[in-house]
Design a protein around this ligand. Structure first.
Ligand code: PMP
Length: 291
């Protein structure tokens, strides 16, 4: 269990024992979701795109109306320290910023802001997500991604994950790995914690991220496709197009590049472009040449 581990967690500039890394039950963010977080992976002891993650952490907080009280450099150093102290090389890294327990008014601008960074081994984000599995199974979500005026949709904000949690609970209880959400217009949006790509006739396509997270892995895959000479477009995608795709995969810092074998009743095989991108991503994050 995650809370039973040992090691240190960085909290507000101090290294705290794993078992003592606790917050008060009246913590504002526990009640109202008023926090932001990040999800990073370290490979061979180096966090992939760490600076981008910590910059997004700052931006997410600004979108939710507060400032992270630590500079990017301080966060970078803290994340590196936490890996080193816990003797981790391959690890998942989770920074989180939250509002304290000074008041339980829905407003939180008078409350203190706290930051923690934890890291642990989290080998595969999906139970059948290893290299030899045929791919993951996605279930259509009952919930949609809201319009940009319905919330800070581009922030990695705690409160926004409720629909992802509801969806992924239902998916796993029904034998699926994750959900696929449409947006408020009926276009393909994203999974509970990952972006989606499809391939049709040799062209890689991914939805325009105008109401969901423009993932760091998504941007990395777009760059990889360019350097590998794979034609790539960002476009609005309707479910029918996705149903006729030759290949589908999802991307995320935790999920990495993960082939999709099923979406609802539709089945897909892992194809050559998915495999090429997946291998290139693996090499890139491990600091190897991929071209
Ligand atoms: N969408 C959501 C909702 C996510 O939580 C994540 C994971 N951070 C992603 C997409 C993928 O983002 P990234 O590639 O930056 O991890």
């Amino acid at each position: 269990m995650l809370n039973d581990q040992t090691g240190k967690i960085w909290i507000d500039g101090t290294l705290v024992d794993w078992a003592d890394a606790k917050v008060h039950v009246l913590t504002h963010t526990l009640h109202y979701g008023s926090g932001v977080f990040e999800g990073e992976r370290a490979y061979r002891g180096v966090i992939f795109k760490m600076d981008e993650h910590h910059r997004r952490f700052h931006t997410s907080a600004q979108m939710v109306g507060f400032e992270i009280p630590y500079s990017i450099d301080t966060l970078n150093k803290a994340a590196d320290d936490i890996l080193r102290i816990n003797k981790l090389t391959e690890a998942y890294v989770r920074p989180i910023a939250w509002h304290g327990a000074e008041s339980l008014s829905v407003a939180c601008y008078h409350n203190s802001v706290h930051v923690a960074i934890a890291a642990w081994k989290w080998e595969s984000y999906f139970t059948n997500g290893d290299d030899n599995a045929p791919g993951i199974r996605l279930m259509w979500s009952d919930w949609i991604r809201p319009a940009p005026n319905m919330g800070p949709v581009h922030a990695k904000a705690c409160g926004q994950y409720i629909t992802g949690t509801l969806g992924k609970n239902k998916a796993e209880k029904n034998g699926y790995n994750d959900i696929l959400m449409l947006d408020y217009r009926g276009y393909i949006a994203e999974c509970s914690g990952a972006n989606i790509f499809m391939v049709k006739d040799g062209v890689l396509m991914t939805p325009i991220p105008d109401c969901f997270l423009n993932g760091i892995t998504r941007l990395t895959v777009i760059d990889l496709a360019k350097s590998l000479g794979i034609p790539m477009i960002e476009k609005y995608i309707i479910p029918d197009e996705l149903m006729q795709a030759d290949e589908v995969f999802i991307t995320g810092s935790a999920a990495e590049v993960q082939p999709v074998a099923e979406i609802g009743v539709q089945k897909y095989l892992t194809g050559p472009i998915t495999e090429k991108i997946r291998q290139a991503y693996k090499k890139l994050v491990n600091g190897e040449s991929y071209v």
